[in-house]
Design a protein. Structure first.
Lengths: 343, 324
């Protein structure tokens, strides 16, 4: 699915989004860059506070005070979104780029019917009558698997279950046939069986729309299933960027490696979980040098002094680390892969 | 396996639904409906199910933080449901709980040393000096430097707070600890720290865990035996390995197949269940899973299957296995 020879649909270059708080400047996103091609699914992975959601909000230009994008470029079909006016952004948002939020209960307006909320975008972006918009809304709800859509359009969000609400969110995002979809932890609030339904629905719809998706999640399982390419974020920066197989089989950043060996999983029997010691650093006081160095088992003096750059180690595999060789050795020894003991 | 430390027999917990000016009871939420299982000494029993299946209510009812509607809970040979309040308070010394949310489960106005020492004080076990010495030991045990004992909860991160919650549960040297989604709210890198800590403590103090979680990967890693619940009922109980290799109940099969595995080449057939979990106020007739079941038969909507031992130590409540 990955096509390298074409122009990327979205290219984020050296994005910097800072929050100017009373206590100081929080560099939530500090020099993030990636490309998304047509039809591709990019997974943006990291723990809470690593800046993955802020990246998404920066692309959509939905940041609230005190957050501000202070540098970089967001090229969407070759045009820099950061230079667009609010009015121009409104035409793009929802139509070309749409977003699915994590918490469907807070993302939907509780005092408006779901039908109204979905048809709102349609009426705004297309010249169609109300009746046509409602007809299209019913079609959309049918497509995302909501039974009896004719009645559901007159219901309010609280009358729907969590899974149903997330389906409504997806219908809303898909309503204007966007070519880029950003999903911010779309299944985190859901139960596993419902999560399976929603992931299944999303991949079916994506295949149909031939659109691209940026999937933001902390769940490596979800990412293994859905993504083509993966960017691992830590403390506002991308620390590793590669295609899915490379990330899971031959990671080169200690953080990626640590994450992969610290999760309990169904496919292999694990004796003892690996541990990444310590905690995510406070964004007001990031450590000097490599931001991961206080938690890193491969740490050397250089890591404390000098911050590594994101360097291409092979075609399409970028890593931000000084000790790639040592990590590679350990990965070979320790990373368990693929023997499916339980079927 | 030795004797059972905890035996839950036909445990029932209904919550009334009240309506109108006079708060008349118009129905019942059948949160836990006739649940029986045993927990053996020194083991970790995993209790898994989706939200609303009654797993937390089960734990709270066992501790009598919620009064059971019916049923028996035999702990250490005595039925704690029949105990007086004062007796029960003493018995809780042996049964502790770790909660899901490390933010709301610690009193923000208490120093952590007082949070941890509260149980020791209530049960009048140690004098002032010994008490705080013990708190210091407990903190070191869970990986927090003892000199931080005068701090308040807000000074700690989520993972550290969960460690404080664990120290509090350990303070009275309990026999059993209920871990109610104790690692669910934590980030990936912190979660493995806490899971390893719980395992180490279990070995050191010979603890018994009732480990409640919705995440099957965690359950598979930490449990010895697993209980699967659906809508207030137990659908399957088995040893961990047996449950994952020889899954019987269609719901358990669907649940396992739905878990995303962090392995790009892990091929499996995913069973996608249709619809949502029904409301426990009005559960379906017959087998509660039948409206979503992919192996549904005629009998399923009429007669409720009983939980029976189909293989040695493998219990399942499904009509598929009843004919034999």
């Amino acid at each position: 699915m990955i096509t390298n020879n074409k122009e990327p649909l979205l290219e984020v270059k050296d994005l910097k989004t800072y929050f100017f708080t009373e206590n100081g400047i929080v560099k939530a996103v500090d020099g993030v860059g990636f490309k998304v091609y047509q039809g591709e699914i990019l997974g943006l992975v990291g723990e809470s506070g690593c800046g993955k959601s802020v990246t998404a909000f920066s692309i959509m230009k939905l940041l609230d005070y005190p957050g501000k994008t202070v540098g970089g470029e967001i090229l969407f079909k070759g045009e820099n979104l950061l230079r667009k006016t609010d009015a121009e952004m409104r035409k793009i948002r929802g139509k070309d780029i749409a977003m699915i939020f994590q918490e469907p209960m807070t993302a939907l307006n509780p005092v408006l019917t779901v039908g109204f909320q979905i048809s709102e975008a349609l009426l705004m972006h297309f010249k169609i009558s109300k009746d046509e918009a409602i007809k299209k809304t019913i079609e959309l709800l049918k497509k995302v698997g909501i039974p009896m859509p004719e009645q559901r359009i007159n219901e309010y969000p609280h009358q729907l279950s969590g899974g149903m609400r997330q389906r409504v969110m997806i219908a809303m995002a898909m309503s204007c046939d966007p070519i880029l979809l950003i999903a911010d932890e779309p299944t985190t609030a859901l139960d596993v069986t419902i999560q399976a339904q929603i992931l299944d629905l999303m991949s079916t719809l994506l295949r149909e729309f031939k659109g691209s998706l940026i999937m933001i999640t902390h769940d490596l399982g979800v990412i293994a299933e859905i993504a083509d390419r993966i960017a691992i974020m830590y403390a506002g920066k991308i620390v590793e960027y590669a295609n899915k197989r490379t990330i899971f089989y031959s990671p080169l950043h200690p953080y990626t490696f640590g994450l992969l060996t610290s999760i309990p999983r169904l496919d292999i029997e694990m004796k003892r979980l690996n541990v990444i010691p310590g905690i995510v650093p406070n964004p007001l006081h990031f450590p000097e040098g490599c931001k991961f160095n206080p938690r890193c088992r491969f740490m050397t003096n250089r890591c404390k002094e000098e911050e590594p750059q994101l360097i291409q180690v092979e075609e399409g595999h970028l890593v931000r680390c000084w000790n790639i060789d040592k990590v590679a050795e350990e990965v070979k020894k320790e990373l368990l892969v693929g023997e499916c003991e339980y079927k | 396996m030795i004797d059972s430390l905890l035996k839950v027999d036909n445990l029932v917990k209904y919550f009334p639904i009240k309506k109108g000016v006079f708060r008349r009871t118009v129905g019942w939420i059948k949160a836990v409906d006739d649940v029986s299982f045993e927990v053996y000494e020194g083991e970790t029993l995993g209790l898994v199910g989706e939200s609303g299946c009654g797993k937390t209510t089960t734990a709270l009812t066992i501790l009598r933080l919620e009064e059971p509607t019916k049923g028996q809970v035999i702990f250490d040979g005595r039925d704690i449901v029949k105990m007086k309040k004062s007796e029960m308070r003493k018995e809780r010394k042996n049964m502790q709980i770790i909660f899901q949310d490390p933010y709301s489960s610690l009193d923000p106005r208490m120093k952590i040393k007082d949070i941890i020492a509260e149980g020791i004080l209530t049960h009048n076990l140690l004098n002032h000096q010994e008490r705080y010495k013990r708190v210091g030991e407990l903190l070191e045990k869970v990986g927090i430097p003892a000199e931080n004992m005068d701090s308040f909860p807000h000074e700690f991160s989520g993972g550290q707070r969960q460690r404080i919650g664990i120290a509090r549960a350990l303070a009275l040297e309990p026999k059993i600890i209920m871990c109610d989604e104790a690692v669910s709210a934590l980030d990936v890198s912190i979660r493995s720290q806490i899971i390893n800590l719980l395992k180490d403590l279990q070995k050191e103090f010979n603890l018994t865990y009732l480990f409640i979680a919705h995440d099957l990967s965690v359950i598979k890693y930490i449990s010895d035996r697993v209980v699967v619940m659906y809508l207030g009922k137990i659908v399957e109980i088995a040893d961990k390995k047996e449950l994952f290799t020889n899954t019987m109940h269609p719901y358990t099969q669907a649940l396992i197949s739905a878990v995303p595995v962090p392995n790009p080449d892990y091929k499996k057939e995913r069973i996608i269940l249709q619809g949502d979990v029904p409301s426990p106020a009005n559960p379906p007739k017959g087998c509660r899973f039948h409206p979503r079941c992919f192996k549904v038969m005629e009998i399923c909507s009429k007669i409720e299957p009983k939980l029976i031992e189909i293989k040695e130590k493998h219990f399942c409540a499904c009509h598929l296995y009843n004919e034999k």
